[in-house]
Design a protein around this ligand. Structure first.
Ligand SMILES: [Zn+2]
Ligand SMILES: [Zn+2]
Length: 428
C-alpha cells in the first residue's frame, strides 16, 4: 500500500491543516509472515522487542516467533489466554514489561492492539502490528478505546510505524471476525454524517479530503459485500487495506470523526452496561453494525420529517443518570459539565436544518439498502443477534449521547419538538 502517495496527495490541503502520519510501511500480501523480520528491520524497528499475542492470534500467526528469532530479533513474549477486552490494568502491565525492550509488536487485532498502542505511547516505545484478522478499523489509529473502572473511553495512543498482514492468514480468519470488520466499515456512513453536522452547528474542524479517504475505502468494501466471508486472499487483503485507510484517516484529521459517529457511542453504551453485569460483549464491529442500522433508521426518519419545531432542550438529567446507573453517573456528570450543546442554540440548528437533511440524504444509504447490504454479508442486524436485550438496546439508542462530549445529530434530537423519542423513532 502506497502511504507516501496518499500523503503527497494531501500536501497543501485546503483545510489548512498539515496532515501527518507516523506510519512508515503497510505491507499486506500473501506470504508476509515469512518476511516479517525483514520488513521490521528495513523500516528501522529495534531488535529488542516485546511480542504481545493471545493463544488464538499466535496460533493464527504460527511460525512468527521463529521468523523473528532467525531474523535476529530478541523477543520477549506476553501471551494472553484469550484477550477480549482492553483494560487499563493490562496497559499498565505492558508498560512495565516493555521497560527492558525498545519496541512492541502486537500480533493480533482489536483489544490486543488497543492495549499495546496505549502502552507504546506511555512507555515511549516503537510500535508495530502484525494483523491476524480484518475485524476492525483501529489498526492505523492513534487512539485506543480503553476500559477503566468499567467505563470505556477513547485515549491517546501511539500510531504503529509498521503494519503487516499476511493475506493467507486474513483469508483464513473466522467469518465472524471478517463480518465484524465489515460492520465497523459501514459505520463510516454515519460517522461522516455526524462529522459534517458537527462542523455545521459547532464549527468543528472538517476536511473534505480526509472524509474522501474514508469514502473511498467504504465504497471499496461495500462493493465486496458478497465476498466478505469467502476464503479469498484478494478480498481479505482489500478489506484489510480499507480498514487501515480509515484508521489512518483518523490520524490525518487528528480526530476519530472520519471513522466513528454516534453508532460507536451506542455500541460503547451497550458494552459498559453489559460489562457492569460481568458480561462480555460481542465483537466490536458486530455491535457497531447493528448500531449503524438503528442510527440509519432514525436519521432517515428525522430528515424526512416536516415542520420540526426547534426549541431549547430541557433534559431530565435524573432520568439520564438513572439510565446509566450509579456506577457511571459521575462520568456522565463530568462529560456534561458543560454539556456539548451549550453553545448550539435551536436557532443555529434550525438555520442549518435544510443542509443537515441534505447531508443525511447524500451520505447515508436508505435503511432498506443498509439492511440488505448487511444481510448479504451475513452480518448481525438485530439486538438479539448481538445478545443485547430489547430494553438495553433501546436504552442505548436513547441515552448514549451523554457518555461523550461529542456533537452528533442524535444529540440534537432533544432540541426538536415532535412527539417521539429516539428509541420510538426506531420503530417496532
Ligand atoms: Zn485537509
Ligand atoms: Zn470501530
Amino acid at each position: 500500500m502506497d502511504i507516501q502517495k496518499l500523503m503527497d496527495s494531501l500536501k497543501g490541503c485546503p483545510c489548512g491543516r498539515k496532515h501527518e502520519t507516523n506510519i512508515k510501511a503497510v505491507e499486506i500480501g500473501s506470504g508476509m509472515l515469512e518476511k516479517t523480520a525483514d520488513i521490521l528491520r528495513e523500516n528501522g524497528f529495534p531488535q529488542k522487542i516485546l511480542v504481545v499475542a493471545d493463544q488464538n492470534t499466535l496460533k493464527a500467526a504460527d511460525g512468527i516467533l521463529d521468523v523473528l528469532q532467525q531474523g535476529g530479533f530478541q523477543w520477549e513474549l506476553k501471551l494472553y489466554e484469550d484477550l477480549r477486552e482492553a483494560n487499563i490494568v493490562e496497559v499498565r502491565a505492558l508498560q512495565e514489561l516493555s521497560k527492558s525492550v525498545e519496541g512492541i509488536l502486537s500480533v493480533g487485532t482489536g483489544s490486543l492492539n488497543d492495549i499495546c498502542r496505549m502502552a507504546a505511547l506511555h512507555a515511549d516505545k516503537q510500535f508495530a502490528i502484525f494483523a491476524t484478522a480484518p475485524s476492525m478499523d483501529g489498526f492505523a489509529s492513534d487512539t485506543s478505546p480503553i476500559i477503566e473502572n468499567k467505563f470505556k473511553s477513547t485515549r491517546p495512543a501511539r500510531q504503529p510505524g509498521i503494519i503487516i498482514a499476511d493475506t493467507r492468514i486474513l483469508a483464513a480468519a473466522p467469518n465472524e471476525l471478517k463480518v465484524a470488520g465489515f460492520g465497523d466499515m459501514i459505520a463510516k456512513y454515519v460517522g461522516i454524517v455526524d462529522w459534517k453536522v458537527s462542523h455545521l452547528v459547532t464549527g468543528e474542524y472538517y476536511c473534505e479530503n480526509v472524509a474522501n479517504v474514508t469514502r473511498t475505502a467504504l465504497k471499496r468494501i461495500v462493493s465486496m459485500a458478497d465476498r466478505v466471508t469467502q476464503k479469498d486472499e484478494e478480498t481479505a487483503g482489500a478489506i484489510m487495506e480499507a480498514l487501515v485507510l480509515t484508521g489512518l484517516a483518523m490520524k490525518l484529521a487528528d480526530s476519530i470523526r472520519p471513522a466513528s459517529g454516534t453508532e460507536h457511542i451506542i455500541s460503547h453504551f451497550w458494552e459498559i452496561k453489559k460489562l457492569e453485569q460481568g458480561l462480555l460483549s460481542d465483537f466490536h464491529g458486530k455491535k457497531v453494525g447493528v448500531a449503524t442500522l438503528c442510527t440509519t433508521k432514525i436519521y432517515k426518519e428525522l430528515a424526512a420529517k416536516k415542520n420540526i419545531v426547534f426549541v431549547p432542550e430541557k433534559l431530565d438529567w435524573d432520568e439520564i443518570y438513572r439510565a446509566y446507573g450509579p456506577n457511571f453517573t459521575e462520568d456522565v456528570k463530568k462529560l456534561n459539565s458543560p454539556t456539548v450543546t451549550t453553545e448550539t442554540t435551536p436557532e443555529i440548528v434550525e438555520k442549518h436544518w435544510e443542509e443537515i437533511c441534505r447531508i443525511v440524504e447524500e451520505e447515508l444509504p436508505s435503511y432498506e439498502e443498509m439492511l440488505a447490504l448487511m444481510k448479504r454479508t451475513g452480518a448481525a442486524t438485530t439486538f438479539a443477534d448481538i445478545s443485547v436485550d430489547e430494553e438495553l438496546g433501546r436504552l442505548g439508542v436513547r441515552f448514549h449521547p451523554y457518555m461523550r462530549h461529542r456533537m452528533t445529530l442524535m444529540r440534537l434530537i432533544p432540541m426538536m419538538r415532535f412527539e417521539r423519542t429516539a428509541d420510538e423513532l426506531l420503530g417496532e
